[in-house]
Design a protein around this ligand. Structure first.
Ligand SMILES: Nc1ncnc2c1ncn2[C@@H]1O[C@H](COP(=O)(O)OP(=O)(O)OP(=O)(O)O)[C@@H](O)[C@H]1O
Ligand SMILES: [Mg+2]
Length: 328
């Protein structure tokens, strides 16, 4: 793995509030790195440090180093425009410029290199093709960009970002405002693009991260909990907090209505006891059971789901015990 972005001991503050704590991590070249973690853990902040968009927030301060191609982008004296050109940002909601489809793509190249008409036509076509939009818009390039569907607008924004020839694509939940089909479109484009670009994507959607990511960074409360190959992080996380997050939620937010300690009981009896405990609860209430029989860890959730209950969490608490949280 060749590193492209080296994040070294980065701390970020909004006033007194520390949003990132001692983040040190390498982002590999021409791979997709997904940043995952619960709301407020610092995902967007980390992305904004990379392209210095954080400079635009009043009261924000950042320390540490972020080295890209040998240059520390956090160094106050470097050219920020150049940093941002190198790193295209695809935001959560598409933000096309109030101009035609064609001009949206032409805008960046015009600022940077002033190509002629023919060359510009080629640029527009090239990037609309790369973003998978060309076939849908080639006959109406001069019509306003905001007439496009939201999914098409997002692909237009991708094309606009690519037209200034960045090396790195940053995406902050790029599909969260899109319908499933448009999301799939964007995901497909990102997968194709990783042969030529380093991609960093923030996503709330674990399934999306699983589909796209080669590497994963898990943040929690501003700290880096875990980082590694996507396969390893998803299939065999080193950290319990990562396992808990991947399993769907953090139990801290859940209100448990009833608990049953089934330690020492074997399958199928723990299944019977769990059923009894649920029987005493009203619909929608939440039961937590603790088991120490490894068979129960797969069999109980399976059986409960088959009975129409919702299994919220299955997690290892220590070497012998597991917690299973079920909603009736
Ligand atoms: N402009 C700001 N001023 C003050 N605090 C901020 C600002 N932006 C973010 N924060 C705080 O910094 C922390 C990290 O925020 P950030 O937006 O990076 O989280 P996030 O992981 O992207 O969350 P989400 O998943 O909800 O987008 C949060 O506690 C947030 O409230
Ligand atoms: Mg965010």
């Amino acid at each position: 793995m060749k590193s492209h972005i080296s994040i070294q001991d980065v701390n970020a503050f909004y006033g007194d509030h520390q949003a990132l704590r001692n983040i040190t991590v390498e982002i590999p070249q021409k791979q997709v790195t997904a940043i995952i973690g619960p709301s407020g853990c610092g995902k967007s902040t980390l992305l904004k440090c990379l392209n210095r968009l954080i400079d635009l927030t009043d009261g924000a301060s950042v320390s540490g180093k972020i080295i890209v191609d040998g240059i520390n982008v956090l160094n106050g004296s470097i050219d920020v425009t150049d940093v941002r050109r190198k790193m295209g940002l695809l935001p959560q909601k598409p933000n096309p410029l109030p101009m035609s489809i064609y001009d949206n793509i032409a805008y960046g190249p015009k600022l940077h290199g002033k190509p002629g008409k023919k060359e510009m036509d080629e640029i527009v076509e090239k990037y609309l093709k790369i973003s998978g939009l060309w076939e849908e818009v080639k006959d109406r390039l001069k019509s306003p960009a905001n007439k496009l569907s939201i999914g098409q607008q997002q692909r237009l924004c991708l094309a606009r970002g690519l037209a200034v020839e960045p090396d790195i694509i940053l995406c902050d939940e790029p599909t969260s405002a899109l319908d499933p089909v448009s999301s799939q479109h964007i995901e497909q484009q990102l997968l194709k693009l990783k042969t030529n670009y380093t991609i960093v994507i923030v996503t709330h959607n674990i399934h999306q991260a699983m589909r796209l990511a080669d590497y994963v960074i898990h943040l929690y409360l501003g700290e880096l909990v875990e980082h590694g190959h996507a396969n390893e992080v998803f299939e065999n996380p080193k950290e319990e907090r990562t396992r808990a997050y991947i399993n769907g939620t953090f139990s801290i937010d859940l209100k448990i209505d009833s608990e049953a300690n089934l330690k020492g009981k074997m399958c199928p009896f723990n299944f019977v006891y769990a059923k009894q405990a649920l029987h005493n609860l009203e619909d929608g209430k939440i039961l937590k059971i603790i088991v120490d029989d490894p068979t129960a860890v797969t069999e109980v959730p399976r059986g409960m789901e088959a009975d129409g209950h919702k299994v919220l969490i299955v997690k290892e608490i220590n070497k012998t015990d597991w917690e299973i949280v079920i909603q009736k």
